[in-house]
Design a protein. Sequence first.
Length: 246
Amino acid sequence: MNTIELKLLRNAEYLQYVKDYLGIINLNNSIQLGIEAKLNAFAGKITELEALYKKAMASEKTQELLILDERRDNAVNGIYYFLLSQTYHYEAGRQQQAQLLLSNMELYGSGIARLNYQAETATLNNIILDWQSKPELTDAVSTFNLSAWVNELKTVNEEFNTKYLSRTQEYGDANPETIKLKREETNTAYYALRDRIDALHLLVETPPSPYATVINQLNALTDQYNKLLVNRTESSNLGNAENPSV
């Protein structure tokens, strides 16, 4: 069957994907397919994951994090787009200084706004530290009057990290399990079920295989989510210095 990088799916996308995967199989008379044990294990993990996800989304701090994360994404994207435009400036000096700042951003990887929460926080901290401590970068920031943008990015990133740590502490007090751990458990059940279907399909000696229909439907589902990931990557590559967050 078609594959997908499950780790690239954000929590809401991941949960919907595995629920859709389960739903398709249930529509194809799973009892006759001989996969009940694996299917039940998968369904159980989805139920556990969904309960944790709903609890997380119900947290007031989660809603605040979403707002802060969007705010810092807007800041880093705004800075990037501005600098990108300056690389086309008619003055060679401005082109060079814009490229200097962009090159520094690229040192820390691509797709900053698509990184998971912790990784984005650390990346932005490193960029801000460079821009406020390295003379050549500080001069470039001054040239473009970007101090207000950088201060906004620093402020919102610090606010985000404080709120994130507070929510993590809240989760720890309430439940030792995390969505990340439950996703890993769900992954294990998912792969076991997928491989079971694949194996049974390969063992069919006389076509048509009773697994062909469900495999085609599952592949169509997986293709949809792979397209989602590709579109997001392409969009981000256009808009970021080339981020699921839990």
